[in-house]
Ligand binder design. Structure first.
Ligand SMILES: *Cc1c(COP(=O)(O)O)cnc(C)c1O
Length: 484
């Protein structure tokens, strides 16, 4: 039976209240007198009128409709939806930390400054960089900050003809978007038949108008760019800088470092690799690390240690300025700090190894039923193509919708753009062999049905709260707040 969503959602009843206050025993001030008619509402605010139990049930039921890493498997490629250890939450809610005000005198915030200072050191070590800014609030903002630094660097050297940023055709959409936003001209290079940067094409593009190259390694196909040393040498020789999109760092922590590959700037997605919660748009954290030559351009302030005290250093004349209020999303930085401390150096390395192992395990178990365009050892994720199934009308989208009925969050679909009917699978290291096997079994069942009885797979999902959404309308005209 169809139920009317609006009737279920709309619970406000005029005059109903959810609180009881004691009798007022202080003199009543007339607001008209206090504000002399200024800043006063002309009409009562339009807010829902509900009892306490109405509100509790509303939110409890809404939360049950949600799906997250705490409910089940979430192999959303590129997004690294690993489990978020709850100890991180305990630490982030400790009173001495959570109650601190960002404008407090640094002398009374030494503990928090020490965490920022240490985090700079840890992330620099992981990236193979000299210094890190913790300010950017997301990977995309890290990219933007990095590109502003690239621009500042070339301008400082009076090399103003460098207007181009090169990005591979497999890149994440934020890469060309950040480059364009930072005022650069975006130049795409094709991938070769092995799914990696086409060296010949790169050679043809490189000249003295190139400001830099953006790359993620492993790339969005989950493949390691084995020619990276040659690529960085070529870009540097023509005077450009290399930016590392670190969203795929979960594959190589403690094993390989962007700095050692020849990158000059690199961001990390703390909300991906370092286990802080994400989804729903934030808050996130996208610190960037830079090589020694670029440290003067980092945003202000940096935390420095002077004598025995931590201080906020704003005296940095070449800095590009601030990119975020205060010092970044401190609560998220803190969770990532807790993760790094609980894991330790060896633990982070083991996490990456297990992430790579899990991805390869699934790849091998699906390779006979699904096409895998680059079917070789992958890193933390791999991309399969549902082309074979699509011939029977079971596209990547249909498979994703069927996974919803099985209680699994679907992989990323139709990305990277260079693979037809792409499904990008990133299991992460936090999943057990049982979970991986259950997923494999479901994917195999879907592939067999797609061949023998494709009709039975149409019109999914059938078990979710809502069925197929109008995705375009949801994106173009989202209803984000309650209106009477
Ligand atoms: C997630 C991601 C980004 C962007 O990071 P946000 O934190 O979402 O802004 C950039 N590149 C790749 C490869 C990603 O997976």
């Amino acid at each position: 039976m169809m139920r009317d969503e609006r009737l279920i959602f709309e619970k406000s009843v005029e005059g109903r209240i959810g609180y009881s206050l004691p009798e007022n025993d202080v003199p009543v001030v007339n607001p008209e007198e206090l504000f002399a008619g200024q800043m006063l509402r002309k009409a009562d605010p339009e807010i829902p009128e509900l009892s306490e139990v109405d509100v509790i049930r509303h939110y409890t039921n809404l939360s049950k409709r949600n799906y997250g890493v705490d409910s089940g498997f979430y192999p959303l490629g590129s997004c690294t939806m690993k489990y978020n250890p709850k100890i991180n939450e305990d630490i982030a809610s400790m009173e001495g930390i959570a109650q601190m005000h960002p404008l407090q005198n640094p002398l009374s915030a030494q503990g928090n400054l020490e965490i920022l200072y240490r985090m700079d050191k840890y992330l620099s070590e992981i990236l193979g960089m000299e210094r890190v800014t913790l300010q950017p609030a997301a990977g995309a903002q890290g990219e933007m900050t990095g590109l502003m630094i690239i621009k500042a660097y070339h301008m400082y050297r009076l090399d103003s003809k460098r207007i181009k940023i090169i990005v591979p055709d497999s890149s994440h959409g934020t890469n060309p978007a950040s480059a364009a936003l930072a005022g650069f001209e975006v130049v795409h290079i094709p991938s070769d038949d092995k799914g990696c940067v086409d060296i010949k094409a790169l050679e043809d593009i490189l000249d003295d108008t190139v400001a830099g190259l953006m790359l993620t390694n492993p790339n969005t196909l989950g493949l390691f760019e084995e020619d990276i040393l040659q690529i960085s040498k070529m870009v540097h020789e023509c005077g450009g800088l290399l930016y590392y999109d670190g969203a795929n760092m979960n594959a190589i922590m403690g094993i390989a470092r962007p700095g050692d590959m020849g990158f000059d700037i690199a961001h990390l997605n703390l909300h991906k690799t370092f286990s802080t919660p994400h989804g729903g748009g934030g808050p996130g954290s996208g610190p960037i690390g830079v090589v020694k030559e670029l440290v003067p351009f980092l945003p202000v302030p940096l935390v420095e240690k002077e004598n025995d005290y931590y201080v906020l250093d704003y005296e940095r004349p070449l800095s590009i300025g601030k990119v975020k209020s205060f010092y970044g999303n401190f609560g998220i930085i803190l969770r990532a700090y807790s993760y790094i401390r609980t894991m330790g150096a060896q633990g982070l390395k083991t996490a990456s190894q297990a992430a790579v192992l899990n991805a390869n395990y699934i790849r091998k178990k699906l390779e006979d039923l699904y096409e895998i365009p680059q079917n070789r050892i992958c890193m933390h994720e791999f991309v399969l193509s549902a082309q074979r199934q699509a011939k029977n009308g079971i596209t990547a989208l249909e498979i994703a919708k069927n996974l919803l009925d099985e209680g699994i969050h679907p992989p990323t679909i139709y990305f990277p753009l260079i693979v037809h009917e792409a499904m990008m699978i990133e299991p992460t290291e936090t999943e057990s062999p049982e979970t991986l096997d259950a997923f494999i079994e479901i994917m195999r069942r879907i592939a067999i049905k797609a061949q023998d009885d494709p009709e039975s797979l149409k019109n999914a999902p059938k078990t979710t709260y809502v069925s197929r959404l109008d995705e375009v309308k949801a994106a173009r005209t989202p209803v984000l707040r309650w209106k009477k």
